[in-house]
Ligand binder design. Sequence first.
Ligand code: SF4
Length: 293
Amino acid sequence: MKVSLASAMGTCFGVQDAINLAMSPEFSNELTIVGQLVHNPQVSESLKKNGVSLVPGVEEIDKIKTKKVMITAHGAADKTKKLLNSAGFTVYDASCPLVMRVHQTIKSMVNKGYFPVVIGQKDHVEVKGIVGDLDEYLVINNEDDFQKIHESGNRRLGIVTQTTQQRDKVEALVAKIRALDYVDDVAFVNTICQPTHDRQVAVHELADQVDLMIVIGGFNSSNTKKLVHVCDEKGIEAHHIESFDQLNKDWFINKQHVGITAGTSTPENVINEVHIKILDIAKEIENHTLLTS
Ligand code: SF4
């Protein structure tokens, strides 16, 4: 059984910079992260071990016991940062610059008179941050949401995307929106980030060569789910796991070529553990086949 790694996978620079900042010794036991720094349980666990406190969101401001707080790589609305500042916290901002580019892009579209539309998941923390300072907006995820555009009565739309969306899906949606007879003008900026795009291209390429794909990342990680989706669309068996102990030997029986990929918040050591375990399983299956043949 051959095992191949995707040519681009794992932690992106935005997530790594945020983790490095949170792990900095100057914060020992004095930092609370507002929101999930990354969608990865192992990283959250090691942060807690380092004395970093976590609250799910600014709604739980009352539970923050430290003076210093951190905004995550997913970003936050200016409104949220101001709220924390005015409550007396020192705010460290680990927002990824590529998320901030989406904030700036949509605000500039609004200034030019476009009605803001975000393609993404409305409950995702990144999207909440993108729309958090806007008076009115729409978040759409698929064609079923076109009705919302119709009902809003807005004919001049400025569209951006959540950074972790799938390019093909976004382009198809935008083309359909342009064709709607109740829309006159569409300004679209593709704000999918480069690391997400690279991982999607890499999984596409690898999926063409393998008969099983193991996708590593937090179960609530949007970009990791998209990697699984690419495999599903290509009809390639894919299993989404968070750590090596979730691997099931039965998945590998009679497989010729296994691919491994990982979302943008999956640390290298987690990928390595999975890789080593898969090589062990491959050896075990090979030995068993030799003995029984
Ligand atoms: Fe930044 Fe993209 Fe990484 Fe999100 S996935 S933190 S936007 S580089």
